[in-house]
Design a protein around this ligand. Structure first.
Ligand SMILES: Cc1cc2nc3c(=O)[nH]c(=O)nc-3n(C[C@H](O)[C@H](O)[C@H](O)COP(=O)(O)OP(=O)(O)OC[C@H]3O[C@@H](n4cnc5c(N)ncnc54)[C@H](O)[C@@H]3O)c2cc1C
Ligand SMILES: Cc1cc2nc3c(=O)[nH]c(=O)nc-3n(C[C@H](O)[C@H](O)[C@H](O)COP(=O)(O)O)c2cc1C
Length: 773
């Protein structure tokens, strides 16, 4: 076959040599516009796993690369006058030039033709090629020739960075954060050979502009960075090798995703590879890895289908199908890490203490979890757990294992939760006339014995017409209050859990069947009239609600206050106001459901006006020493709906009105929603609200393991974690998860004590078998 690789970066060179190695008869040319030793950039990093893959693909070049590697284990953070360090992180660094030269030499050795200093204009210049590899980098000219085929989605990210080098050698992957009068800068620093370290400086666009860096030439920027990082550089100079870039040399990262990676140009198949097809931000250092993995996979598919012209179509389809999954995974992690660096100044750096800031930075990609850190550096993690526990008011003796973050106490007003786990409110649709019955006692009593610090019952309705279904709980009369008292006494009697009541009104989502007879389906008979912010039905088949009048507002506000008073009298420890999921109060907050022209619609202030009136009425009757949380839909997941930035604004308003925590849920406001589900998918909303809004939060949604909850709480992404469905599957979720991570100091109900050690021993045995196999 005749193969032409346009662009001699890691992707083009490595693919060229791998194909020649497998099939020496192929005629392969790699065309590069630069000179052989002329390239932009300093060092690149990748992981030990990448080296294994390269060793399997071509042991010869892998051995040479391995010899040239700088291997290091430590990460160091320089922040607020402190240096903190952790180990066990296993990185490899190599100079980009060195890597390319090794690949170039190997290409020549195997007979790949290398053409330097030729700028390719078009893939059509090679009509004899069976396969053209567009390995021409992020600004790929070949990709740009076929925008309707490849459908590139290129997003220019807001941060600015400059890629510099220095002759000072750093023995750890070092992150250095410095504050100026305008904001924060961070340096990502790593050694990659015996003389040089990469030194990437990054900041936000506004800080960049405030310092006039857009007006400085390269030397001016270097002088600025040398001054800013003088303490760390300790007299060493910074250097640029991007002299070809005009202006200041500060770049913006471009995130690239393509719809399709290959195209037949009429003569040859053209395939995108490496940065031409996709990019991953340098925050997790995976761009070169992706390029090399692409090359390995494409060569592997030729091995699988056969090295002939006729197999090219099938090979390219298989290559894309396999690589897309890995690329999406890495881009996802890279996006999390990149976003962390984009918001670090305004979200974490000013307020977080150095210990927690370090933890937050280490877990920024959300691929490294709490237990993962324990495997890497147990001593460091244990030290952090101890620090976190002490900050939460626990002092654990040095000879005992530190309490995991999710099991540390949390105090708000005069209520102390034994730990950070919450049984999330879950409607059970099992009441008659809104009354708690044996089912609720058994259901919530069991969960109160299961180890969680706070047990919420389901959304409890403030009037008969506030119910979602005829099976919903209520607190609109004294009989209901007495049943609540019974339940709350029971929760308090069987363990340390506190009892929470979530008050709500269904609004336009009311008068429906119970879940198992048809979620959100209107009742066939005995339905009731609906009210909402505006007269918009939830679904085409739903009854149209009445837009609330002032009289409706006063009645419902008073219903909420009366129900809150009953909850207090029944002994509830915690109140939550349900302002999420498209129910009545949520319908005011979302512009999708609130089109009012009066002072209750339009601006943020107007849309929040009625929910805040209700909140204040509830706060006024609710005891001063007991907390109130507010549940928000932090994202409507629908064009034109609320976004997380909007939720931050509402959170501030509730905080000012006296809310103690924001419970960060999302969606269920519109049937048009397109949520992006996934592990911890709503936790970023909690992170933003907690760390930019400076209000305590509850994270909820797809948090299913202790490892998730520990990571969230330890990183300060939330104060509490609400766990819903896992608590339906396992009433004792907290007790069981604590045992699963080997923390055996959590007390079980004394009646169950004899089961505890057996349970723990079984888990330990199963883990030992798992490790051995
Ligand atoms: C600041 C920064 C730090 C980074 N750090 C890391 C890191 O630590 N680890 C990591 O793995 N990755 C890192 N990367 C990313 C990494 O450099 C790229 O992802 C990787 O080089 C992609 O390889 P590639 O072969 O696809 O493209 P490139 O390396 O960009 O190679 C493309 C080649 O094509 C040539 N070319 C382009 N157009 C033409 C044309 N028309 N004719 C002829 N030749 C052409 C170019 O000159 C270039 O040599 C970093 C990137 C940046 C910007
Ligand atoms: C059966 C069921 C009923 C629910 N009822 C309520 C409710 O009454 N109030 C509420 O705010 N959320 C309710 N939710 C949402 C949960 O509290 C939680 O936010 C959601 O299930 C995501 O958490 P999970 O991934 O841990 O299940 C309910 C969820 C389920 C599964």
């Amino acid at each position: 076959m005749r193969i032409v690789c346009i662009g001699g970066g890691p992707a083009g060179l490595y693919f060229g040599l791998l194909m020649k190695l497998r099939h020496p008869d192929h005629s392969i040319t790699v065309i590069e516009r630069n000179k052989p030793y002329d390239t932009f950039g300093w060092g690149v990093v990748f992981s030990d796993a990448m080296m294994r893959a390269m060793r399997a693909a071509d042991p010869v070049s892998a051995a040479e690369i391995a010899d040239a590697f700088n291997h290091w284990e430590d990460i160091e953070l320089i922040f607020k006058g402190r240096r903190q360090r952790t180990t066990g992180h296993g990185f490899i660094g190599i100079g980009r030039k060195r890597l390319l030269n090794i690949l170039q030499r190997r290409c020549e050795q195997l007979g790949v033709e290398l053409v330097f200093e030729r700028e390719v204009d078009s893939d059509l210049d090679f009509p004899d090629a069976d396969l053209i590899v567009a390995s021409d980098g992020i600004n790929s000219r070949i990709r740009q020739r076929y925008p309707t085929m490849f459908k590139p989605d290129l997003v220019i990210r807001p941060n600015r960075f400059i890629w510099l080098g220095t002759n000072k050698l750093f023995d750890a992957f070092t992150f250095d954060f410095r504050r100026t009068e305008h904001g924060w800068f961070q340096a990502h620093i790593y050694k990659f050979d015996g003389e040089t370290s990469t030194f990437i400086v990054e900041t936000t666009e506004d800080v960049f502009a405030a310092h006039g860096l857009d007006k400085l030439d390269q030397q001016g920027s270097i002088d600025f960075c040398e001054k800013l990082f003088a303490e760390t550089l300790d007299g060493a100079k910074l250097m640029s090798n991007a002299r070809h870039l005009r202006g200041s040399a500060w770049l913006n990262f471009s995130r690239l995703i393509c719809d399709s990676w290959s195209h037949f140009n009429g003569k040859s198949d053209v395939v995108l590879m490496g940065d031409a097809a996709h990019t991953a931000h340098f925050a997790i250092g995976s761009g070169t890895k992706l390029a090399l993995d692409d090359a390995i996979e494409l060569a592997r598919q030729f091995d699988a289908f056969g090295h002939g012209r006729e197999t090219v179509g099938a090979v390219l389809s298989a290559y894309e199908a396999v690589r897309r999954i890995d690329v999406a995974r890495i881009q996802n992690a890279a996006r999390n890490a990149m976003e962390w660096f984009e918001v670090v100044g305004r979200r974490y750096a000013d307020t977080m203490e150095p210990e927690q800031f370090f933890y937050s930075m280490l877990t920024r990609s959300q691929r490294i979890s709490h237990e993962n850190l324990r495997l890497r550096d147990p001593a460091w993690l244990e030290g952090y757990e101890r620090w976190f526990a002490r900050r939460s008011g626990l002092d654990v003796a040095d000879n005992l294992r530190a309490t995991p973050p999710m099991l540390t106490p949390f105090r708000v007003r005069s209520v102390t939760l034994a730990n950070r786990i919450v049984v999330s409110p879950m409607a059970m649709y099992s009441a008659t006339d809104g009354l708690i019955n044996d089912f609720h006692l058994a259901h919530l009593g069991a969960r109160a014995m299961g180890g969680a610090g706070l047990v919420f019952a389901e959304m409890t309705c403030v009037s008969p017409d506030a119910r979602i279904t005829p099976g919903c709980l209520g607190l609109w009369n004294d009989e209901q209050m007495e049943r609540w008292r019974r339940l709350i006494d029971l929760i308090h009697a069987v363990g340390p859990a506190k009892a929470g009541v979530q008050l709500g009104h269904s609004g336009r989502k009311g008068s429906t069947k119970v879940a198992w007879e048809g979620i959100d389906q209107p009742l066939d008979k005995d339905g009731w009239a609906l009210i909402s912010a505006s007269a918009i039905p939830y679904q085409p088949q739903s009854p149209t609600p009445r837009a609330m009048t002032r009289a409706d507002m006063e009645r419902v506000r008073d219903d909420f206050a009366a129900a809150a008073g009953r909850a207090a009298a029944a002994g509830a420890d915690w109140l939550e106001l349900h302002c999420a999921h498209g129910y009545l109060l949520s319908s005011f907050l979302s512009p999708l459901t609130n089109v009012r022209g009066d002072e209750y619609g339009g601006s943020f202030e107007n849309r929040a006006r009625y929910p805040l009136e209700v909140f204040k009425a509830v706060r006024a009757v609710w005891p001063e020493g007991r907390p109130i949380s507010v549940r928000l839909s932090c994202h409507d997941w629908t064009p034109g709906g609320n976004t997380p930035d909007d939720a931050l604004i509402f959170s501030q308003m509730f905080k000012e009105a006296g809310a103690d925590l924001i419970d960060c849920s999302s969606g269920q406001v519109s049937k048009e929603e397109r949520p992006v589900y996934g592990r911890l998918f709503q936790t970023p909303f909690s992170d933003q609200i907690r760390n930019e809004g400076h209000v305590a939060t509850i994270a909820v949604g797809a948090i299913s393991e202790a490892d998730h909850a520990n990571s969230i709480v330890a990183a300060g992404r939330a104060d509490l974690c609400a766990i819903a469905r896992p608590h339906l599957a396992d009433a004792a979720w907290t007790l069981h998860e604590a045992a699963r991570i080997g923390f055996n100091s959590l007390a079980w109900p004394k009646q169950y004590f004899s089961a505890k050690s057996q349970y723990e021993a079984n888990l330990a045995r199963a883990a030992a078998v798992g490790n051995a196999t």
